[in-house]
Design a binder for this molecule. Structure first.
Ligand code: PNS
Length: 164
């Protein structure tokens, strides 16, 4: 039986750390669905549609990588997709506590679904979407930390902001 994995997250925005995990997941599983949580953040920088468009463009040449949105409980979405595995990235020990809670709660909600943790390449272990937004917003360089398309979209967002 082919193994389908779901890689859920906010992806606001997609970083090269996410890309690294998705690429590793695509090698390990028969298929991987990048599942963008539609209502995870109250005031996201990128709309759900923008986040989907970016992820689809980045993985356009990888037929085993799908991009979708979901809302409601993650385990219900995973069951609807008939997937077997939830993939989450672990960057540092600081990620562990929250990830451990989520994995065990998800297991309690649906014991058939297994959570698998994957580590990104070392050069991405300190990147998070939150830091990218903060650094970029304050004029810092994020080149090499996010896909080129994300960098371009960040520039567009900043240019689109009304001048104060
Ligand atoms: O990228 P993030 O913000 O760390 O992703 C968190 C996400 C979206 C995976 C998590 O908040 C989630 O699964 N939300 C869906 C609602 C749900 O199932 N909550 C219970 C999780 S134990």
């Amino acid at each position: 039986m082919p193994t389908l994995a779901v890689y859920p997250g906010s992806f606001d925005p997609l970083t090269n750390g996410h890309v690294d995990i998705i690429t590793r997941g695509a090698r390990l599983f028969d298929g991987i669905v990048v599942a963008i949580a539609a209502n995870a953040e109250k005031a996201p920088l990128f709309t759900t549609e923008e986040r989907v468009e970016i992820a689809r463009a980045v993985f356009k040449d990888q037929p085993t990588v799908e991009v979708e949105t979901f809302d409601g409980l993650l385990v219900d979405y995973v069951a609807r997709r008939k997937a077997d595995v939830i993939v989450r990235g672990l960057r540092a020990v600081s990620d562990f506590e929250f990830e451990f809670q989520m994995a065990l709660m998800n297991r309690r909600l649906n014991s058939k679904i297994e959570t698998v943790f994957m580590m990104p390449a070392e050069q991405y272990t300190y990147i998070s979407s939150r830091l990218i937004k903060e650094v970029f917003g304050l004029g810092g360089r994020v080149h090499g930390l996010v896909p080129d398309m994300v960098e371009a979209r960040l520039h567009e967002k900043v240019l689109a902001q009304p001048t104060r």
